[in-house]
Design a protein around this ligand. Structure first.
Ligand code: 0PR
Length: 361
């Protein structure tokens, strides 16, 4: 095999990052273990309990239930599945803001629930009036995002909780990306702040674990039991996960990263990433672009398509929001030097673009 993995020095839009060295080491040591079979692989299974306990600490939940999933997609699907299984109606619906990750579309399709997408307000947060107008007696789940994929915004989680409770629905928070930075902010997003039932919170994003390591947390074991199926061939008696064989490397790396970094290492990382995002937002604004204020370490800016394409052609791994803005995620591997080099390329492009075209006469 000749191909090397992607270098990170031009990756500006991914929500994955270089794993912390201790996470990389732990992943390698646990490569051949399967937490899906705790009877055979008890040590990685014990590590998974540690991982869930630590995720609970990060998300303000003392006695959490949950497991290390393949990512935010699986955690979101499973949360919808819990809600659907608990619903008393045969035609349950799920209410989410339009900022919700596309994994909820997959969940709705697989699980046969109706997905009601409501608009966001001018700050890209769930519009509470629209949520109120969309819920009814058949609503099984109200969802909010704590750190949206496109703009890094945090929905008003306590208010969404009140709406969910008013119709006896569950409250799910998608903190897949935001969960490892929000503890260092003033946002109300976690199990202590609101009647959150389930949460997606991914060590393989801002948590600096190896891929795959997503997290599903549930307020009680009873909620997780909604997912349990009997496992007649295994020593354990039931399984709540969506996949069977799972990554022991992901589990071990998540524990190693969290033991190393919670809380001080993550706090320092948040401050560094947030400062970088603000520096970048400022640099783009000074150049006349319209920038969406980075309330978390994620910057979106109205950069023309041709400039975007030229930057991609220079090797920058950047992506666009649904409405076409340039989107840059200030992950741990994104340094100030990288951003300065990116802005340097942008300036060179703009200079060229503003050189008047020579006329014929
Ligand atoms: N919830 C939120 C808020 C997310 O941003 C994402 C991923 C998910 C759930 C799904 O998580 P998994 O991808 O772990 O299942 N959002 C990223 C995105 O769609 C995923 C991604 C990650 C894309 C790395 C590219 C990439 O290089 O932009």
């Amino acid at each position: 095999m000749q191909i090397e993995p992607q270098a990170f020095d031009r990756v500006l839009s991914s929500m994955c990052t270089e794993p912390h060295p201790v996470a990389r080491d732990a992943a390698e040591r646990f490569l051949a273990t399967n937490p899906g079979d705790p009877g055979t692989y008890p040590s990685v299974s014990a590590l998974e309990e540690d991982a869930i306990a630590m995720l609970g600490t990060i998300a303000g939940l003392e006695d959490p239930a949950g497991y290390i999933a393949s990512g935010g997609t699986e955690a979101n699907i499973q949360a919808v599945r819990i809600a659907r299984n608990r619903a008393e109606t045969r035609t349950p619906n799920v209410v989410m803001p339009e900022s919700a990750h596309f994994s909820f579309q997959k969940a709705a399709d697989i699980l046969g629930v109706e997905l009601r997408i409501v608009p966001t307000d001018d700050r890209h947060r769930a519009d509470l009036e629209a949520v109120r107008a969309s819920v009814d007696g058949s609503t099984a789940l109200v969802g909010g995002v704590a750190g949206t994929t496109e703009y890094g915004r945090v929905d008003p989680i306590p208010e969404l909780g009140e709406i969910a409770r008013s119709v006896d629905a569950m409250l799910h928070v998608d903190a897949a990306w935001g969960g490892f930075v929000l503890p260092f902010t003033d946002y109300e997003w976690n199990f202590e702040h609101a009647p959150v039932d389930t949460m997606a919170i991914d060590p393989h994003k801002m948590g600096q674990a190896a891929v795959p390591a997503g997290g599903l947390l549930a307020r009680s074991g009873e909620l997780l039991d909604e997912l349990a199926v009997d496992t007649p061939y295994l020593e354990s008696t039931s399984q709540a996960t969506l996949t069977g064989t799972r990554s022991g490397a992901g589990v071990a790396s998540a524990v190693a990263a969290m033991e190393e970094l919670w809380p001080e290492g993550y706090r320092r990382q948040y401050v560094r990433s947030q400062n970088n995002a603000e520096w970048l937002a400022d640099a783009l604004e000074k150049r006349g672009y319209e920038v969406v204020d980075p309330t978390l370490p994620l910057v979106a800016a109205d950069v023309p398509r041709s400039t975007f394409d030229a930057l991609r052609a220079k090797g920058w791994r950047i992506s666009r929001t649904a409405t076409g803005e340039l989107r840059i995620v200030c992950m741990p591997h994104v340094t100030r030097e990288m951003l300065a080099s990116f802005i340097g390329d942008l300036d060179r492009l703009e200079v060229r673009a503003s050189v008047p075209v020579a006329s014929d006469d």
